[in-house]
Design a binder for this molecule. Sequence first.
Ligand code: SF4
Length: 309
Amino acid sequence: MLQQTRMEAVLPYYRRFMEELPTVADLAACDSDRLHKLWQGLGYYSRVRNLQKAAKTVMDVYGGEIPHARAELLQLPGIGDYTASAIASIVFHEPVPAVDGNVLRVFSRLTEYEGDVLKQSSRAEIRNALLEVIPHDRAGDFNQAMMELGATVCLPAGAPLCSACPLQNLCKANASGKAQVFPVKGKKKERKKQNLAVFILKMGDRYAIHKRENSGLLASLWEFPNSLAGLGSKQAEQALKKMGANFVGFRQIGRSRHLFTHIEWEMRWYEAELDEIVADFVFVTKEELKQIYSVPSAFSFGVRYILLP
Ligand code: SF4
């Protein structure tokens, strides 16, 4: 839950999630719509799907007990090097470094590390260097101290708080005054831009939604019908006809933008009243949209438009 998300924002979701699904067995058996609904608002839905796959594996392969070793944790879906190392060191005391963005930054500044920290090879190099110094009796404390130092003292944005840092006498970047040169980061790939026409289609007191494919972006989540046909209203109207919709009162109601890691959606929103059901869509009431169906935040403009009076 904490990936790309602040602790304060996560806490209410975490509490609700743990109340509803207190055990690994509950998580493994949870219905997919209910699971997505519990996650709604946190984004990056592949995380919760992987969490459930991991829970199923823990039930089927490990008899319901989470494995202790980093190497075994790495075999669970959705658990990468950082998470496996954090669990293994903090919960089960295995002496392995957990390298997140905070740790990369602290290490880079401490040693004036010149490699590009966005590269896997640099991360592996830093991990190996930490493996040599991590204390075997307090690996979890070491990892948490590094993370906390990065989050609260050796800050990512703005100047680090070197005068309050317990490592200031060891730190090369502090000595040279070059803290803000590190960590070195190469150029990120630009996001691919896509233009989407999105439709709020009303039939009586119900609205059309559609389940996305079960792989790829926002897999298996509910969306408002949409098309990559382009942004103009003529193109949008044609795209809607192609979906087999007969409609009246077609009009543009707004625009929005959503950034994914690798894709950027420029969205134009249209509204229309349907004459008849379209087979591909599910028609839901406002209450059902609120309580049952999980629509990702990329489509929050539409949810707000429908639910707000
Ligand atoms: S002395 Fe400054 S740059 Fe060095 S680790 Fe501490 S906060 Fe970061």
